[in-house]
Write a protein that binds this ligand. Structure first.
Ligand code: IPE
Ligand code: IPE
Ligand code: MG
Length: 257
């Protein structure tokens, strides 16, 4: 897909944005369990099939202008699931990292895990560190995988660090310091997709999605494919982003004295 452009009025300035693999897309990969249950399969079969979808989307993303892709793989609240399901998810995550690292490196993808690391099984942590190290030079796609991730925790921990400084920051300084800490090494989300039919954020990238375009699809994650991603992007490009301002056209129409 060719780069898309938009222009908006913000604080009296016109911002021009041109996508050249600069788009940040985030995906809540939901629906694995239901996909499996509907087929009379155990939930873990859905998680396994979900890896196939992740592989397809990671391959396709850089070809359609996505420079940063954040995938929600395991939320901090997912620890509430039965231990056997949690174990299977981590086993599959580790297998995915081990199998895909070389391909990611070849494709110029840089993998980064976001979220807490201190509660992860040691073997998963090793697989993450190995994948991060081996793909560190990738510059075509910044692939972030959210594991044991909670956006509230990320914001709260950035706030705790900022507020511990002396002198304590005023509200404006706190906002910029939080923005810097939360966004660190990343960017605001342009498009957030959730599969599986639910219409909620489930503690994912709350700060970074302040002006994200949201696309919810009933497609279960194991069935999500390249055309579904293309359709979500087409929907994104049809939307008009205003960031609290007005479009150029609307600004001209305001008239006034
Ligand atoms: C998403 O699929 C994967 C994880 C949360 C790890 P689910 O397992 O939540 O699937 P559903 O929502 O129960 O169908
Ligand atoms: C969100 O899905 C987490 C991931 C996709 C990893 P959940 O299935 O855990 O979310 P809820 O419980 O339906 O909100
Ligand atoms: Mg779910």
């Amino acid at each position: 897909m060719a780069g898309a452009q938009w222009s908006i009025m913000r604080g009296g300035f016109t911002l021009q944005s041109c996508f050249n693999n600069e788009l940040h897309v985030a995906i809540i990969m939901d629906g694995n369990g239901r996909w499996a249950t509907r087929r009379g399969l155990p939930r873990v079969a859905g998680h396994r099939a979900g890896l196939g979808a992740a592989r397809r989307i990671v391959e396709h993303a850089p070809d359609v202008g996505i420079g940063r892709l954040t995938l929600y793989a395991f939320s901090s609240d997912n620890w509430r699931r039965p231990a056997a399901e949690v174990e299977s998810i981590f086993w599959l995550l580790r297998a995915f990292l081990r199998m895909e690292t070389e391909r990611l490196r070849e494709r110029g993808a840089r993998l980064e895990a976001i979220g807490r690391r201190d509660r992860l099984p040691r073997a998963v942590l090793r697989a993450i560190e190995n994948a991060e190290w081996r793909t560190a030079a990738g510059h075509r796609l910044h692939l972030r995988v959210a594991i044991d991730y909670s956006s509230r925790d990320a914001i709260a921990s950035a706030a705790a660090t900022a507020l511990a400084r002396k002198p304590a920051p005023d509200p404006k300084a706190l906002t910029s310091s939080l923005a810097a800490a939360v966004i660190a090494g990343s960017s605001d989300v342009d498009l957030l997709i959730r599969t599986g039919g639910e219409k909620r954020l489930s503690d994912f990238l709350l700060w970074e999605s302040a002006y994200a375009e949201l696309v919810f699809t009933d497609r279960m994650w194991p069935e999500f494919n390249e055309s579904d991603l293309d359709a979500a992007l087409e929907e994104f490009y049809r939307r008009e982003r205003r960031f609290g301002g007005v479009t150029n056209q609307a600004a001209r129409a305001v008239g006034g004295r």
